[in-house]
Design a binder for this molecule. Structure first.
Ligand SMILES: *Cc1c(COP(=O)(O)O)cnc(C)c1O
Length: 394
């Protein structure tokens, strides 16, 4: 064999006796076939077979199978981001003339998807009060094909009565999709509570290190999986096996990370309530959080993200106080090892349930830093927002 040919043909080496605990990263566009017949018949392999790198490799199938098991589902599809996971559900279910119900507290870009993509294509939407529960029945029209839920809600943390909403939708033959990013399947399994789609931003707790973007949608109905895969195939959307390999590494420690950040976020939420500059702490574990009873019944544990509503006026000194933080980083896209803080603007993102609070909302994501060092940083932030130093919190 000529050297130039040898350069492009990797020799077969034995894999016998090699068994690693890590999942191999299989990169592929081309999939080769043993003979012309199997190439000609490749479409018969279906979405569970391998036909082209875009549609899946053993690496992506491994993460899909793991998420499917965690969600008590039947199949999972992977997409390049959490936003893509949400969008995929909408694009799979909705056709021109259809209608979708979206909670007022949905992740901001999902609102934009409705306004900027769906409406120009003749798909109508209404935002609803996330606390509507079974009352969703009154909002479902003959054209409604999808009810979207996201619990707790982005920024303001309202916990939805997902079983009641799903039951009401099911009674009308309407599908239900859930953005489950805060909970992960470790805290809440939407398919067990009547939802048809469990969407996740794997970017957050599965990835866990602020260095990848991925999303997933898990279903029980093979027909829905078929429809989602057909949309992805038409749009040419697949995921990188390198991102998936990082997610496969991240998911191994997700349980420990989530248990830690959940415990710390609950502890901080309780302590922060006593601070004179804090108007309200928005954390599902607090009885004052809208939907707390649904949290206690259906979820019972916490992620690391919650919000602080500051007393009006505190924002005057906010920018220098945030910049002075030593442990918290300023940024969005939570779920990594580093604790994050960011001011959120809520008012423009609420239409069904107008947001009337005057104070600034700070979203906090707890990471893996030493707890007391993190607390001291928060205390410094709040102190520097006050005109005079405040007494230390308990
Ligand atoms: C971050 C997030 C998303 C989007 O995830 P990306 O991977 O950043 O696109 C969707 N839903 C919720 C609730 C999120 O927090």
């Amino acid at each position: 064999m000529h050297d130039l040919t040898r350069c492009v043909q990797h020799p077969d080496v034995s894999e016998e006796g090699f068994r690693s605990l890590a999942v191999a990263t299989h990169r592929a566009s081309t999939i080769v076939y043993p003979d012309a017949e199997s190439f000609a018949a490749r479409s018969q392999r279906g979405f569970d077979g391998y036909t082209y790198g875009l549609h899946g490799t053993p690496t992506t199938r491994t993460l899909e199978a793991q998420l499917t098991a965690l969600h008590h589902g039947v199949r999972t599809v992977l997409v390049p981001s959490g936003q893509a996971a949400c969008a995929l559900v909408f694009l799979t279910v909705l056709l021109p003339g259809d209608h979708v119900l979206v909670p007022d507290t949905a992740y901001g870009p999902v609102r934009n998807l409705c306004r900027d993509y769906l409406r120009p294509r003749g798909i109508e939407y209404d935002f609803y009060d996330p606390l509507v529960g079974g009352g969703i029945a009154a909002l479902i029209t003959d054209r409604t094909r999808l009810v979207w839920v996201e619990s707790p809600g982005s920024g303001t943390m309202e916990v939805q009565d997902v079983p009641a909403i799903a039951a009401a939708a099911k009674a009308r033959g309407v599908l239900v999709g859930c953005d489950n990013t805060w909970c992960t399947p470790l805290l809440f399994k939407p398919l067990d509570h009547g939802c048809d789609f469990a969407a996740e931003a794997l970017t957050k707790y599965v990835g866990g290190h602020s260095d990848l973007l991925l999303g997933s949608v898990t279903v029980r109905d093979m027909a829905l999986r078929q429809r989602m895969k057909e949309v992805l195939r038409s749009l040419g959307i697949g995921v990188s096996p390198d991102e998936v390999a990082l997610a496969l590494r991240g998911i191994e420690t997700m349980g420990l990370r989530l248990a830690h950040v959940g415990r710390v976020s609950e502890a901080f939420a309780r302590r922060l309530q006593a601070h004179p500059l804090v108007e309200r702490v928005l954390h599902p574990c607090l009885p004052s959080c809208p939907g707390h009873a649904a949290w206690a019944r259906d979820i019972g544990g916490s992620g690391g993200v919650f919000s602080l509503l500051l007393k009006p006026g505190a924002e005057a000194r906010l920018n220098p106080a945030l910049t002075a933080l030593r442990v918290f980083a300023i940024g969005a896209s939570w779920g990594g090892t580093r604790s994050l803080i960011a001011p959120m603007s809520v008012r423009g993102d609420r239409t069904a349930t107008p947001w009337t609070e005057q104070g600034v909302l700070l979203r906090i994501s707890i990471g893996l830093e030493q707890e007391e060092e993190l607390w001291a940083d928060l205390q410094t932030l709040l102190d520097s927002l006050a005109e005079a130093p405040l007494p230390a919190l308990p």
